[in-house]
Design a binder for this molecule. Sequence first.
Ligand SMILES: Cc1cc2nc3c(=O)[nH]c(=O)nc-3n(C[C@H](O)[C@H](O)[C@H](O)COP(=O)(O)OP(=O)(O)OC[C@H]3O[C@@H](n4cnc5c(N)ncnc54)[C@H](O)[C@@H]3O)c2cc1C
Length: 520
Amino acid sequence: MSEIELLPRDEHNAQLIAHTHPPDWRNPTPLPLYDLVVIGGGTAGLVSAAGTAGLGGKVALIERHLLGGDCLNYGCVPSKALIRAARSAYEVRRASDFGVMVNGDGWASGGREPPENIGVDFPHVMARMRRLRAGISHHDSAERFTRLGVSVFLGQARFTGPQTIEVGGQTLRFKRAIIASGARAARPDIPGLADAGFLTNETVFSLTELPRRLVVIGGGPIGCELAQAFRRFGSDVTLVQRGSRLLPKDEPDAAEIVERQLIREGITVLRNARPIRVEMSAAGKLLVIATARQEQTLAADAILAAAGRTPNVGGLDLEAAGVAHGKRGVEVNDFLQTANPRIYAAGDIAGSYQFTHAADAMARVCIQNALFSFGPLGKKRLSKLVVPWTTFTDPEVAHVGLTVETAKQQGVEIDTYREELRRVDRAILDGEDEGFALIHTRRGTPDVVGCTIVGSHAGDMIGEISLLMTAGLKLSNLASTIHCYPTQVEVLKRLGDQYNKTRLAPRAAWLLKSIIGWRR
Ligand SMILES: Cc1cc2nc3c(=O)[nH]c(=O)nc-3n(C[C@H](O)[C@H](O)[C@H](O)COP(=O)(O)OP(=O)(O)OC[C@H]3O[C@@H](n4cnc5c(N)ncnc54)[C@H](O)[C@@H]3O)c2cc1C
């Protein structure tokens, strides 16, 4: 079995590998027939395997690299550990806004200037991340899944027929299979970039030295989150976005607030910017970009590619199993079934929503449809899922359902209710009052079809609206729900109040007038 390398070689990464790809692992002897074989040990694969084993099914899980997939190793977990450290640095820098002086001079003189030279010990930040990541990796370990009753195979999986998969020279036969092979960072097609060398989410978390100048290519969630974090650590950051705005899947107003904050923190944001080539020079890597007005050269010590994701289909030999795939990954119907009706796909490989919680939800749909439905009976549909998402910049942008743009595309007529965080007491007191919440309802009804929240705790707050939409509750239910005072989530209650005012107030006024008129 090939040895897995994860840099730097330290005790934390050694612990992570010991859990997620033990060097001395021996694949089991396959059972004659599995109820389910799962390809890929990321979130979608792990949930599929654990769920099936928990229900008594015979299940095999195949992972070629590290169990836990992107989320644990190269995605959510390490990025959120860095974001937390970056927030700490930012909070210290703005401590004087709250009257807290963190340097001796400022304290003694009662100075009000924000401290300039807050030291960030980058190697410490990264070591903390690696320690925490390794610490939680036992949840996804080969040993734990074996204990759960899953046959864990480490190695590259390849279809050899419509009901057979080969791994490490052994053949696994299945009644049903789930492809959960995920996605990886797209390699931007920029002449000179490969020769100059660049970072992706698979290498950026191995850094042990802070790049002095960092260029981030891609203004989606990953690009924005990491650009802000590295700026807060002290890098000189330029964010290059091909499109006309950041976070293109979110409401434009939300993206604008994030962009303003990034610029305020000293990040150079270049929109409508097309990378042309990379050259090497004594001054470092030179990225030449074209904007509407001119060509511009950006000097950098490191370039991070965060512009899109490519599905992991290579080496799977999908043709042997009759599974169709395209640019966005494995093609599935609304039941997450591929062109081979015995084979399903979940998570990033199946396109639509590329989030950990979506991979989890899709895996549950697959288990139900693959193993516990009879014909159309008991089948679950992807289109019925209510999938929120959050970009963990500061402020956060959280979203669920339709935006103005997607409502227009789908021909859904909407009413929009909006409230600013600067009108919410707790946000004012916290000094976190830049942001808003807006809810779209189906026109003339209290049926919520979409919501966006921008604020420091937006990711925590969006859950209330996801619940509302999942349970088919109405916007008016927000008004009748008592929220604690003072909390930032009161902004949602205010949206319920707004709805009641516009819809119920005219009726109430008419009623009051009638009653007063009738009384003597
Ligand atoms: C920097 C970053 C930050 C992110 N932050 C968040 C966040 O905050 N919140 C959120 O919800 N999402 C976040 N995501 C997205 C999230 O990580 C993914 O949506 C999630 O990991 C998808 O899970 P998955 O199981 O579909 O795929 P993966 O996690 O990619 O797992 C697929 C697995 O399949 C294995 N594999 C592939 N081909 C084969 C084969 N032929 N044989 C055997 N094994 C194979 C791979 O090695 C991999 O381990 C982030 C992603 C990145 C990159």
